[in-house]
Each structure stands twice: as structure tokens, then as C-alpha cells.
Design a protein around this ligand. Structure first.
Ligand code: FPP
Length: 253
């Protein structure tokens, strides 16, 4: 989805976060990795509130990647448990704040109990109007693109899609959450500078902010620093600076 006018103003409309560094945070304290994930949940709570309080509409959190299935069974089980507890315990607050909870990913791979918590939260908050909190779960950007391609091929086979008419808009409409605008700002914690298969299609024009802060230490002040960084960037979307200044650009996307 092309960036709209709000993406050119100074507050990002959609922030996406790669929450990295839980394991290292724990190991640096002589703790088990799972203690880092537990501490990371507190950061999730604070950042979810802060994003809404600061006036941003969408927050996407990379909570569990397709590749995370390869972690030790005990760590996968703990991450699923933490997610279930988070969803169950924070549903009341989501309702009070009017936040809509959504998920994206290959959800059929999740344990049945996690799917139940997800379904309950998604269903209960479906009509909430005050912003969206999206968990990328069992998610990989390449997998999402392959899933979209599969749907498009089926449509072509069924004769409802002419391959010649395929364009970026039609392709984008077959991704997991086509109504969600692309992230304006992508934050990665944990002192790494990689996309790690997150929202590959959607981050085409996102500003990227990385920080050495480990996710369990990430607080509102760090989010505000990321927004400050975002504000200092000039988003040109392939145009020249002069075109941006005059709001021009014939084929502006
Ligand atoms: C990366 O840290 C983080 C994850 C794999 C998952 C993020 C999970 C949470 C913040 C807790 C549960 C989530 C929710 C939404 C309640 P890492 O383990 O890769 O850290 P490392 O690079 O230091 O090893």
C-alpha cells in the first residue's frame, strides 16, 4: 500500500518493531533465556500503551517468527505460554482503551491453546476504534509473499484473475492484512541491523531505526527517541528533495 499524506507528516502512523535481545539481556544477568522473554512482556505492555498515548494508530510486533520454530522446545513452549497469558490478561485493558488486536502469520502452526487465546482476543476486540495492535506470529515475510502468490495463482487458475492485469496493488491485496497501511517506522532493538524476514513487502519505504537497547530495557523514552529519529528523516519515496518540498512528483506513490 503506498504511503499516504499522514506518512509525510511527522508522527508515524504505523510503527513496526523487531523485539530483539531478550536472550542476551537474560544471559548478561546469569539468567535463563526465558527470563528475558518474561521481562520482554513488560516492555510490550509499556510500548503498547505508549504508542496509543502518543497518537499512533498501528503497532506491529514481531512476536514469533517462522524461524523461531527451530528454537528448543522449552523456549517455544514458554513463548507460546507468555503470549497466551498476555492475551488473556490484557483483554480487559484492550477493551477499556478500545484497541483492536489482530494477528498475522501462519496461525495454523500455533498450538490449539494459543489459537484459542488469539481467536478470543481478535473476536472480542474486532470493533474497537482506537488503534490496532498486530502480533506477527509464526510469521515470515517470504512465507507471506508465497502465500499471496499461491492465492493469486489459484485465482488465475479459476479464471477470476488475468495474469496480465497483476500489479502491485492487486498483489498487496492478497497479503495477510491488506487494509493495514505500510509501516512508516521500523524499529529494531538488540544492537542488530537486519530485517530478519519481517514485513518484507511492507517495509519498502519504511524508515529504519536501530538501537543497542535490549528489548527488556526498551521503554517509552526509547520509543520517543525512535520517533525523533524518524522526524529528522526526509522521506522522498523516490522523488527529489525539491519535489518533496513542493508536494509534487507526477507518479508519487
Ligand atoms: C527476540 O529475542 C525476541 C523473541 C524471539 C520473541 C519476542 C517475545 C517477547 C517479547 C515475549 C512474549 C511476547 C508477547 C507478545 C507477550 P531473542 O531471544 O532472539 O534475543 P537474543 O538475540 O538476545 O537471543
Amino acid at each position: 500500500m503506498p504511503p499516504d499524506e499522514s506518512a509525510l507528516t511527522r508522527l508515524p502512523r504505523h510503527v513496526a518493531i523487531i523485539m530483539d535481545g531478550n536472550g542476551r539481556w537474560a544471559e548478561a544477568r546469569g539468567l535463563q533465556r526465558n527470563r528475558g522473554h518474561l521481562a520482554g512482556v513488560e516492555s510490550v505492555k509499556e510500548i503498547v500503551r505508549s504508542v496509543q498515548d502518543l497518537g499512533m494508530e498501528y503497532l506491529t510486533l514481531f512476536a514469533f517468527s517462522s524461524e523461531n520454530w527451530n528454537r528448543p522446545d522449552s523456549e517455544v513452549a514458554e513463548l507460546m505460554r507468555l503470549l497466551e497469558v498476555y492475551l488473556d490478561e490484557n483483554l480487559v485493558e484492550a477493551q477499556e482503551r478500545g484497541v483492536r488486536l489482530r494477528v498475522m502469520g501462519q496461525l495454523d502452526r500455533l498450538p490449539v491453546s494459543t489459537q484459542s487465546s488469539v481467536d478470543r482476543a481478535v473476536e472480542a476486540t474486532r470493533d474497537n476504534p482506537n488503534g490496532e495492535l498486530i502480533f506477527a506470529l509464526s510469521y515470515g515475510g517470504r512465507g507471506e509473499i508465497v502465500d499471496a502468490a499461491r492465492r493469486l495463482m489459484r485465482a488465475a487458475e479459476a479464471g477470476t484473475l488475468d495474469p496480465e492485469s497483476l500489479d502491485e496493488k492487486t498483489f498487496g491485496a492478497h497479503l495477510y492484512l491488506p487494509d493495514v497501511p505500510d509501516p512508516d517506522l521500523l524499529v529494531r532493538t538488540g544492537d542488530e541491523c537486519r530485517i530478519s524476514n519481517f514485513l518484507l513487502w511492507q517495509v519498502a519505504y519504511a524508515e529504519i531505526h536501530t538501537t543497542s537497547v535490549m528489548w527488556p530495557d526498551f521503554r517509552r523514552e526509547h520509543l520517543e527517541a525512535a520517533i525523533e529519529d524518524y522526524r529528522s528523516r526526509e522521506r522522498r519515496f523516490g522523488m527529489t528533495s525539491a519535489q518533496v518540498e513542493t508536494g509534487g512528483g507526477a507518479g508519487r506513490r
